[in-house]
Write a protein that binds this ligand. Sequence first.
Ligand code: NI
Length: 372
Amino acid sequence: MNSLEENLREYFEWFHRHPELSYEEYGTTKRIREILEEAGVEILPCNLETGLVAIVRGEKEGPVQALRCDIDALPVREETNLSYASEFEGKMHACGHDFHITAGIGCAILLTKRKSELAGTVKIIFQPAEESSVGALKIMETDVMNGVERIWGLHADPTNETGYVGIREGYVAAAADRFLVTIAGMGCHGAHPDHGVDPIPAAAAMVQAFQTIITRNVDAFHPALLSVTRIEAGQTWNVIPETAELEGTVRTMNREDRALAERRMREIAQSTAQAYGATAQFQWFPGSPAVYNDGEMVNHAVRTAQKQKLQVVPEESSMGGDDFSFYEENIPGCYIKIGTGIGPTIHQPGFRVDERVLLPAVEFLTVLFTDK
Ligand code: NI
């Protein structure tokens, strides 16, 4: 019989070879189910197209906790030369979710074996569609989160060697919101701008003015950024277009800054358009909120990591988002970064996970739940 470590490697390599995009994780879900069933882990019945939830009921009284493991891959062409590289053209586990799946499986198996030491219940959530930022909401539509008192999350970290874990209290990932501005002017001949209302100067002025929200309105000690990532107007060189569009993203950590950015953008869009004789429609599409690590959970994670002889380092914050934060709207959470060997950053074609991290990560996550 294989050791747990050998099994973990085999699972990990299988998931790496078979990456599936958001909401297409059918093969992944099937494989997770097979492994868990074979290992005698209980699966919680719930209405999910892709993704699934394992449950371990401890033999002692205690809280209901959850571990979130995201399972989807990215539309990235792999360039790692690994023997177990992606077999699906143009798709890759370039964000380490294959590692998260394997860690979740290992944790479910070990916790099931250690039920007698476990106080309370643990739900291990294999969540679909993290990369499209909405998979957490899919889980929350089911009753999986009913009764859950706190939630843990993990992420592969290619800025730290295996054996290091990043843990820190406070905000560790940003709220990721999208905006879209449509400026309406009046089209006319390129040689007679006086016959119409050109939306392009209004769009240009807006791009500049939006940045003053970050430099003039937000507290200088609060991380915040605004990126206009798409600007579109016109079809040809001698016609002034009817409309111009600006699209982009705002990233904030603090709730107040998030509301402030939306309000100021709306004001600037409307008043700038007006100043140029045009009109603007401003749309704000809220994404996932900022991820916040709860102090008490952080302390517990640090103690556990130290007992496991892992090196604890301060977790780096990211202006990237993670839909893990949706779970935290009602309960405390803690999102831990696990060093997977220094290398290309996540979402890059050369990203890889050092397989030596699998067993220690599984032990660490398991002890998080079995240790008081
Ligand atoms: Ni990720």
